[in-house]
Design a protein around this ligand. Sequence first.
Ligand code: ADP
Ligand code: ZN
Length: 726
Amino acid sequence: MSSTEILQHVFGYQEFRGEQEQIIQHILSDGDALVLMPTGGGKSLCYQIPAILRPGVAIIISPLIALMYDQVVALQQYGIKAAYLNSTLTFEQARTVSNQLRQNELDLLYVSPEKLMTPRFLDFLDQAKIALFAIDEAHCVSQWGHDFRPEYTQLVILHQRFPNIPRIAVTATADAPTQRDIIAHLGLNDAKIFIASFDRPNISYRVVQKQNPKTQLLEFLRAEKHHNDAGIVYCLSRKRVDETAKWLTKQGWQALPYHAGMDKELREQHQMRFLREEGVIIVATIAFGMGIDKPNVRFVAHLDLPKSLEAYYQETGRAGRDGLPANAWMAYGLQDIVMLQRMVDGSDADERHKRIEQHKLKAMLGYCEITTCRRQILLNYFGELLPDSCGNCDTCVEPVSTWDGTEAAQKALSCIYRTKQMFGVQYLIDVLLGKKTDRIMNFQHDKISTFGIGKELSGEQWQSVFRQLIARGLVTVDVEGHGSLRLTENSRPILRGEEQVFLRKDIAKQRRSKTYSRSSQWRSFTGTDKLLWKTLLNKRLELANAQDIPPYAIFHDSTLEDIVLQQPQILKDFAHLSGVGAKKLERYGQIFIDVLDEHITQHGEQEQASEKPIAATLDRVTVISESAETTIDLFKEGSSIQEIATERGFKAGTIYTHLALGIEAGQLQLEQVIPNLKEDELHDIEDQFLSQETMDALKPIFDHFEGLYDYELLRCVRASIVQRIK
Ligand code: ADP
Ligand code: ZN
């Protein structure tokens, strides 16, 4: 079999993404590779397919013992022969795996680096036929990141001991120092480096000014309808993790804490619930997340500022691995800056290291304060250029206005100077506002020239001014001076009036009504579609629980979504759904078709108001499934809609859906499918579509004409509009 055939038959995916195919070819022809791809980019296939194709067993080195089981069962669901060896196995279990290995019965074996390094295992490898070595989470070899694992630095032994076996190191951390470390420590000097685009277009980025973070989080969760969604909330401290989890629970959300200070068993139990159940929120420190490959995490929220953009990107990247829309939301404020500066300054790292950390923090702050597209600055940071603004981040959706803050900046800076650079933000604001507090009176700061000169702004606005001055490096926080602010060289030109400062106007309040994310299709399911969606979810959970595996190992949400949209009633059509390989078809195809059948029997014809939103298809290529292709061909050959429906065992509605796709792709004319529609009628319908905010829903149009035109007709007209304006 070729790699494409494996992709289609085993994994049920139509085509490779990005450079997957080239990477696979490279490994197949004995090359070493270093693969840098964002989370969710599809790294695993890059070693899984060669593992199947090359003779012998592929050894996958993974740092995450607790997650190996899930990785292995997910592969077994595809009918791939995989196993793992680590300290959690009983003696019996380990012996079974060893036997399988000796009989050459495995395609993939996951091991921890500790296990790999044991003399016994290395001896064993000497005798075994090895397909390749894959080093997952390869950035663990680098001391720069927070995932450093000393055992990883010993993996260079693979190169020395097995020079002829290809190695592939994969990671989602892309910065240059990490990359250099991986190459150096793993002996990958001859490896070909594959760097994928780091863009995650389905993730919507948003940063809000921190006021009351917990309430803001709740507002976000409600506004984005994240009820029943899985998500991760990151906090800096364990204490905040516990508090937030407790609080969310009290508000009726299923939230579980996770941090290194917890009892190990409880922690793993929480992680397990997050993976096994639907709609669990994990509130965690950065200790959580590496190796979590749950595809349907719908949001990642930061209640505290991460230390670097790398960390931020990796953490937010855990959302939306399945490619469906997901949210990255963060609350950030002055306290965060002070706190992080303190952490950097107070650490016992050497000067060089500290400077790098400072630099990273600065980039992070720059991201928060940016007034243009956030995705552009993010990608730029990773060395990629996004020519146009993305339209899917807060600054794109709600452009930020700026104001000339030169005078305010001057007042703030001179107030720092006049009080001898010895005070923190709150004190300085009190002076600017002319408050006669005891402290101010004691220091006689009511006598200085900056006392009371800032009454035109509120305390909150001054906070924003100071925050932005710090973020821009015009002012630093002196950690030893207990958070007092100091001027930097950069502030001089402003004090002298030689430079202007434009500040961002903080959006006073989170607007509740606005939802940012482009919705997944299942979110807009209504009526019987929604019911079917829920029934499918339940069936999936039931099947998963019975086997003690995570639900997504059976099918991803997007496959279930496709079942609702395409209503495959025979196995042949079911096989065309994305994510349905041969084994899964055999195991689950009929089960889900039966669920669908029963649903149709009980609830009759679909209203069919919820299929591919046109707005979304506008900037996408029209994808015609093979099944639709068949319908279109038959139609072109002269079969009537009724004949095709009978021949293929479909409802007429499904045939129209296929034909609409043909119209959308320009393969069919509207008149061919809907022959009797008059010119002026057509115009009326078109006007009605175009007057809607989106063309996603057919129902408003159907209702507008009081049922005069059926859904089939409306769908085809809509397709012809899309075809024209695309
Ligand atoms: P990561 O790079 O984070 O390891 P994964 O390998 O887990 O990403 O892949 C992310 C998701 O994308 C998985 O659910 C996987 O099944 C899916 N995927 C990978 N390659 C393809 C492809 N060529 N077509 C469709 N889906 C794919
Ligand atoms: Zn943007």
